[in-house]
Design a binder for this molecule. Structure first.
Ligand code: ATP
Ligand code: MG
Length: 574
């Protein structure tokens, strides 16, 4: 390809919405255009990277017995009614009606469609396992689309689904996909970490995310300084030792705390420490209110609560629900004296504690000297707080460190959540009807490509890992008015193509500085620079974009040199 023919325009001014470097670079290098909020055109250069990633994914999945399919982006509501998700998948689901008034959505994910597809085909255990995947545009009406392709509303995802005869086999499928993801991200040349993850509304009870390490990442990861333990902060655990307080239990009393609601305000007013408070938060879990109690200085962890109750949906209760449950304004909830009998859940960190402060379920009142063991009986106890850095690893005596990451993929062990509801079953070896045990495996294609840029760039532009670079090399003739320079450039360009290097020739009649800047910006891993001066010595200069290293290479050795470098880089990436 000649650079003059590539459909791209480098930009100096970047739209303000681009807050992170990879997003700015995609604009600056002429790789994307915005059509609407969170909706982008992928221009030829970045689409080449996308296709390369897709091929890496394809190779790794096909190798492991997966088969590619393509399901529709448009999905009818009836299968979502069957799985139960039509009613609780929130405003992220783009719903619409066809001309007959039937309900449809644009698929944010495809569990329903695949389960429907497989059940129509599945009869006997002998057919399983199935492991099917697709590359498809997903639509999620994200509340805050941002960071370009990373949090878009329409985006390309590889989504895969496995169906097995039992849990053991399904776990094998899960492990095989976990390994495939490791192989894929390694081949992309990314620095990443697999971490334990929460399952959210997709459900199931086991999940890992693949996090590309980057300062600008939206996710926080806690990982052990000593062992392999790593988890998304939403899911991270710590070691909790039960400690029985030896303080005397004082008499519980109601105290007037006019207008003081937040823990900090009440603590200041009563001259107590926030850590001596029971913070009570009311959630609506699958439609039912529940009171969750954590220490006053800790954050409540919604993802852990959802996982603990295996809930399809969870949200903070609104003021009306809180008033109905507590008989008081929002801000005075507590475990003693609730007006309605609801589930009350105590965080482990509060077990054994005495003489605490809590809301009194009465506007402007709190209790002091409330002791869980004497004053109320929780329905359940569990881990309901956000774990913090510096706390102890749950698996060893190391401490947890914090990193930021970009979630590029997630694998879920679904169990029979969908197959049960949607009757995706088969006749097992003993002639019994049995539900398929499922897993699902998502990988954000656009997000991964952009994460590669986020992790590999400098002030001049992108430093593509070889495996994902739109093109592997650029040939840069510096003086377009010198016949010899142009001739040699053409020849080397052709030789590189013949040697299997994906090369472009910058045939534009522009200043050398302009061409260098564009080459750095677009991020070709190798720049082959043809200048009149070095040609006199029978040499040309090869610049490695990743390291900035420049090397004079004899004219007849150029393609060997580039091929060798390419091979080494691909090997590193593997
Ligand atoms: P997030 O927590 O970032 O919203 P998610 O956990 O909802 O993502 P999954 O349902 O696990 O996403 O989807 C699988 C993969 O699809 C993610 O790992 C991510 O790489 C990609 N992805 C999800 N949402 C988006 C988006 N809005 N734009 C681009 N890629 C996305
Ligand atoms: Mg996810």
């Amino acid at each position: 390809m000649k650079v003059s023919q590539i459909f791209f325009q480098t930009l100096k001014e970047v739209p303000k919405e681009a807050q992170i470097e990879s997003h700015r670079l995609l604009y600056r290098a002429g790789m994307i255009q915005k059509l609407a909020s969170g909706i982008y055109n992928y221009l030829p250069l970045v689409l080449r990277s996308v296709r390369k990633l897709e091929n890496i994914i394809r190779e790794e999945l096909n190798k492991r017995g997966c088969q590619e399919i393509l399901m529709p982006a448009v999905q009818p509501s009836d299968i979502w009614e069957e799985s139960g998700r039509w009613s609780y998948y929130g405003p992220e689901l783009l719903r619409f009606k066809d001309r007959k008034g039937s309900d449809f959505c644009l698929g944010p994910t495809h569990e329903e469609v695949i389960t429907d597809m497989v059940r129509k085909n599945l009869r006997s255990y002998k057919q399983l396992p199935y492991n099917l995947y697709q590359f498809q545009c997903k639509f999620r009406d994200e509340i805050r689309p941002r960071f370009g392709l990373m949090r878009a509303r329409e985006f390309i995802m590889k989504d895969g689904y496995s169906f097995d005869i039992n849990e053991e086999k399904a776990l094998d499928s899960y492990k095989s996909m976990y390994e495939a993801y490791i192989a894929i991200f390694k081949r992309c040349g990314l620095k990443f970490k697999p971490v334990d993850a929460a399952t959210g509304s997709i459900g199931g009870d086991k999940s890992h995310e693949f996090q590309v390490l980057a300062e600008s990442g939206e996710d926080v990861i806690l990982s052990c300084s000593k062992c392999e333990y790593a988890a998304n902060k939403e899911k991270a655990k710590t070691k909790i030792d039960f400690r029985q307080s030896d303080d005397e239990m004082e008499k519980m009393e109601e105290v007037h705390t006019p207008g003081k609601k937040a823990v900090e305000d009440v603590a200041e007013f009563l001259k107590k420490r926030p850590s001596d408070f029971i913070k009570s938060v009311i959630f609506v879990v699958d439609g039912k209110p529940a009171l969750i109690m954590v220490p006053g200085d800790r954050e409540v962890n919604e993802a852990k609560i959802q996982a603990f109750f295996k809930a399809d949906s969870i949200e903070l209760a609104d003021d009306a629900t809180i008033e109905e449950v507590t008989g008081a304004e929002t801000g005075f909830a507590g475990p003693v004296g609730l007006k309605k009998e609801i589930l009350i859940a105590l965080d482990h960190n509060l077990e054994g504690r005495r003489n605490l402060v809590s809301g009194a379920n009465k506007t402007d009142y709190h209790f002091i000297n409330i002791s869980p063991e004497r004053d109320f009986k929780p329905s359940v106890t569990g881990d309901f707080v956000v774990t913090r850095k510096g706390e102890r690893c749950p698996d060893c005596d190391g401490l947890l460190e914090e990193f930021r990451g970009i979630e590029v993929g997630q694998v879920f062990f679904l169990g029979t959540k969908y197959s049960e509801k949607m009757h995706c079953s088969f006749i097992d070896e003993n002639g019994q009807q049995s539900n398929a045990v499922m897993g699902c495996y998502g990988l954000g294609v656009g997000r991964t490509v952009q994460a590669a840029i986020e992790q590999n760039h400098d002030e001049y532009g992108i430093k593509w890992p070889m495996a994902l670079a739109p093109y592997e090399a650029i040939v840069l003739p510096l003086q377009m008015n010198k016949e010899e320079v142009v001739d040699v450039a053409e020849k080397i360009y052709k030789k590189l193509l013949n040697a299997g290097v994906e090369a472009v020739l910058d045939d534009r009649d522009e200043r050398a500085g302009f061409k260098f800047n564009d080459a750095d910006l677009v991020g070709y891993p190798v720049q082959v620079v043809i200048g009149a001066k070095s040609l006199e010595k029978g040499e040309i200069e090869v610049k490695i974009r990743k390291t900035g290293e420049k090397k004079a290479v004899p004219l007849n050795e150029v393609e060997d040199f580039v091929c060798r470098y390419k091979k080494e880089e691909m090997a590193i990436d593997h």
